[in-house]
Design a protein around this ligand. Sequence first.
Ligand code: SAM
Length: 505
Amino acid sequence: DGVALARENIMGSLQDFRLIYGELLDEAEKRPRKAVIMPDLQAYRIFRERFITESDDKKYIGSVPGIHVGDIFHLRVELCVVGLHRPHRVSVDHIKQEDGTCIAVSVVSYAQSSDVKNNLDVLVYSGSVAAIGNQKIEGTNLALKKSMDTNTPVRVIHGFITNINGNCQRTYIYGGLYIIEKYWREKERENCYVYMFRLRRMAGQNHIDIKEILNSGQGESSGGIVIKDLSRGLERIPVSVVNSISDEYPMPYRYISRLQYPRNFHPAPPEGCGCVGGCSDSKRCACAVKNGGEIPFNDKGCIIVAKPLVYECGPSCKCPPTCHNRVGQHGIKFRMQVFKTKSMGWGVRTLDFIPSGSFVCEYIGEVLDDEEAQKRTTDEYLFAIGHNYYDAVLWAGLSRSIPSLQKGPDKDEEAGFAVDASKMGNFAKFINHSCTPNLYAQNVLYDHDDKNVPRIMFFACEDIPPHQELAYHYNYTIDQVYDVNGNLKKKKCLCGSTECDGWLY
Ligand code: SAM
């Protein structure tokens, strides 16, 4: 879990930085006469002012927690943001040690993409040129030698320059840890030397196919894929983004894969079950009892019937992670793709067949109380939660079979919450509305007991073939949606279903 958290934090920082950088570029585009000089460095300065204090600055020897071999970056300064390589001009990063000597910890090594040999296990790196007449090894060359002498692993970031439609594009790929095996001096010109270092990739690290990474990045060759993985490794399976309609990218936002609760939200942990060997006895399992005396999923992980609330087993339970009453908490199982629709902006489709009843994804974002939610300037990505227990059709009958729900949350004390995915969220924010949906939103609890703040998990309500758009019913009441000034808002529904009601709200 610590590893996943480190990844989430580091990718969150990167996305924060990219948002700032994107805003600066947008501004520059709007005001062409007011040049933004070195927007990457400006964005980095703003990012540090907003998010980083001196004490956050970490100097890593060896791998950086949360960074995987094969991670891709598009600006040199992004390497500073994640702590892979701190100087944004110099190609060797070093750390001063207690005895005053310096060891090299990372190297950015450049190649033209046309020169790429796929085997980057051995690398010859040319260090800095020694000053004319100087016989001594010093500066970053000395730091590299010191790493060689002490067998210190050095992070290698492969920098590539590709030419896309006449534009020079740089890509940085984290190649992993290398050991410096050897160094030598070559004569550059009379009395002037360059130091060369031979680095060998350490064994036991994931293989990376540089050519594949470079080719998969952009453009036609990858079927219009504009982003290979929107989640940048936060989902179990990459979430690609394609646009075959325009050259637009989704508005940048911070990708997160866990709900962000308010600081003061500390609900009591639920009473877990004690089924050490698994939850096989529905009469004894405390979670099955909370679900009305049954595990709500079949052995394929499909939900048996929609309920006002489903209790999955969770961290307070004694059962193992493989327990079949743990479904949504394990994350996505099917390949998802965000794509540009013809008339509804971005949408989400599945690349795999999804059997009816399967868990598809959770609606992730910031959890806000109603008061906070009202203050948000855009309501486009707000999902109101904890209210639909009162949905007359769903509630009738079902609550009778579930003891813990017989009373339900007290309506007078009902605290309204919403999940807002506008600034941070996962890909579910792009799922559109349909009047004949293939998903439904299921309230689920597993890591706390507050029925006002259930998780929103989407399950397939029919078999969904590959490449079909995913959609749920937004459940707006027509003529009941108002803007911040209290004016009635209306929007035509463009779902295209033969049974379309005509209006989204
Ligand atoms: N399409 C959105 C986007 O590009 O970011 C993603 C869905 S977002 C949660 C909700 C917004 O998508 C709505 O406010 C509306 O603008 C649009 N939308 C979703 N379903 C729609 C539908 N059936 N008809 C018209 N617009 C729709």
